[in-house]
Write a protein that binds this ligand. Sequence first.
Ligand SMILES: [Fe+2]
Length: 205
Amino acid sequence: MTPEQASARRERSDRVHALITALRALRQQHPTDAPEFQREVSRHLSALAAYSSLWRLEDFPIPDGQRWGVYQLHEEADGSLGLYASAARAGHAQPPHNHTTWACIAGVSGIERNRFYQREEAGHRPGPARLIRSGTQDIGAGGTCFLLADDIHDIEVMPPGDAMHLHLYGQGLPHLHQRLRFDLALERCEYFPAFTGIPVFDLTP
Ligand SMILES: [Fe+2]
């Protein structure tokens, strides 16, 4: 390991732990649906994402043959505060879904297109569901968005890729078993299986 790599490892570890310390304090100070919480979480995550040298794609490789590589940077012992580095090639996409917990995304590089939806009919439980699109936001370097637990979005990484984003959730992804995934064409929704087996990134300095 070069001195530069060792320095980056130490800085990444320090800055992630500083974010977690700040988040622990924020959730004591504000309800998680309060504008102050949303603004401060977004500000802290965006500040961490701005250290782009800590989030280089070569340190978070996308597995061969896949379009997405996601790495867990943190999760509290109780499963809360799931923080991930998400590296993706152009074309990586997730269908419309909610999260059942708050979520925040901050861009490091590349463009992750977020489309937002509202329910036009049903869609609160598995079965028929009709959505209407309510907005679009391209999240690139410096960009951020905050989603409440029942907000619905989809994502698509736009050409030319590759993209790196930080994703933060009130509860870690392996614990989200009641998320809903929507099929726009079929006008239905179903439970979105929790993501499991996410590799843990070694933050040891
Ligand atoms: Fe999402």
